[in-house]
Design a protein around this ligand. Structure first.
Ligand SMILES: *Cc1c(COP(=O)(O)O)cnc(C)c1O
Length: 405
């Protein structure tokens, strides 16, 4: 027997950059040392130690989601897997769904609902503005919908659905279960699951929570859970079946081998949120993001979305005519070791302000890198004016966010 020869492989060190890039794009974001350390540990996925960890993850999850619901679950998978878990459990063949879409990620929920047989109508929100409660209410009057899906912050085009609380209230009044994608926003700005009457909140690890990608958390309300328990049909997705996942998350038994290291990492990320407290964390995010936006504008660049509809968690910057966005990103990575994101089709660059990205020293380095890289690619800017505005804004009103680096 002869075997195929092994492939020629470059060592990882020769593939990775000499110095890790500062991850300032739309995710994944930098992770704190405690999260990285926890991610290096493997323990038994069942048993006493894991049970304690899971209890604490659920408790901290309830705080972060602001819910008393016992139905906080994790999933081995990206934010999209948490999204698919919410959809597949709450949308059965024939379920009528209204998907409010602002962009790429909110459209993904509509697509997932269609794939599990939902009867999906899409309400497309105008470009660059928040969804308007009145338009949604008008649509809800035309037909009985069972489920409404909506995103809190649309990462793809940096639009915030600022009236989410009103929209959820209206949707509940029309008898809908409300599914909210909070992947980029959870723990960066208020989302009060119980008080806002949201039935499923979806999040991922690698954005607002500053954990690793690939392990995600979601929460179902009690009424969402009743609807899940009422279902008699077999779900198309075995791994994403919430009743099966409940065996692991609430009954200490086996569903599939849990991603233990990633759950430990998530535990540490959530613990850091609890230590900081939500109110301090929201403030840090607001102060940092607004200061960054001020600096970008003072440099001579413009932002894609006007203030009232603008998402703070991911900032969308218009690329001046004659400047090639990808060259700016390339220059930022190679010269300044800072990575930011391009976009899906729009001529913008995106800088993340999620979790560990919202630290003062990262803001200065990122804004400086952006300014110089724009100039190197033909933009006429005033970089010192931008840096000065960032500094001024951070020191105003004693607003400087405190806290650990
Ligand atoms: C990133 C993101 C997702 C998808 O998360 P993945 O982990 O890439 O699957 C979904 N919704 C929003 C709003 C996001 O920002």
């Amino acid at each position: 027997m002869t075997y195929l020869p092994p492939p020629h492989i470059s060592p990882l060190e020769s593939i990775l950059p000499d110095e890790p890039l500062l991850m300032m794009g739309a995710g994944p974001v930098p992770i704190p040392h405690r999260v990285a350390y926890a991610n290096s540990i493997v323990i038994n996925h069942l048993g006493e130690t894991m049970s304690k960890v899971i209890e604490q993850v659920k408790n901290m999850g309830r705080y972060v989601f602001q819910t008393a619901s016992p139905h906080v679950l994790g999933v081995a998978g990206p934010g999209s897997a948490a999204m698919e878990m919410a959809i597949t459990n709450l949308v059965a063949p024939g379920t009528s769904v209204l998907s409010v879409t602002n962009g790429f990620f909110s459209q993904r929920m509509a697509e997932m609902a269609r794939r599990v047989g939902g009867s999906v109508d899409v309400l497309t929100v105008e470009d660059n503005v928040s969804a308007r409660p009145a338009l949604i209410e008008a649509r809800l009057r035309t037909r009985k919908y069972d489920v409404l899906t909506i995103v809190q912050g649309e990462t793809s085009n940096t639009v915030l659905n600022r009236d989410l609380q009103d929209i959820a209230r209206i949707a509940k009044a029309h008898g809908c279960l409300v599914i909210v994608d909070a992947v980029c926003t959870l723990s960066t700005m208020p989302l009060d699951m119980d008080h806002w009457q949201i039935d499923a909140v979806i999040t991922g690890g690698q954005k607002g929570l500053s954990s690793i990608p690939g392990v995600s958390l979601l929460a179902f309300s009690r009424s969402a859970w009743e609807s899940i328990e009422r279902r008699q049909d077999h779900l198309p997705h075995w791994c994403l079946d919430a009743k099966l996942a409940d065996k692991f998350w609430n009954q200490s038994s086996y569903h599939y081998t849990a991603p233990v290291s990633g759950i430990l990492a998530l535990h540490e990320a959530l613990r850091l949120v609890c230590e900081e407290t939500l109110s301090a964390r929201f403030r840090r995010h607001r102060v940092c993001s607004e200061a960054l936006q001020t600096g970008i504008e003072a440099m001579g660049l413009t932002l894609l979305v006007e203030a009232p509809s603008r998402l703070n968690s991911v900032v969308g910057i218009n690329v001046p005519a004659a400047v090639v966005a990808d060259r700016v990103r390339g220059h930022m990575s190679s010269t300044h070791k800072v990575e930011i994101s391009g976009s899906f089709g729009l001529n913008i660059l995106r800088i993340g302000q999620m979790g560990e990205q919202c630290r003062e020293h990262h803001l200065f380095r990122t804004l400086h890198a952006l300014g110089l890289s724009m100039e190197a690619n033909g933009a006429a800017l005033n970089v010192p004016a931008g840096m000065a505005a960032l500094e001024r804004r951070l020191s105003e009103r004693g607003d400087r966010p405190a806290g650990p680096v």
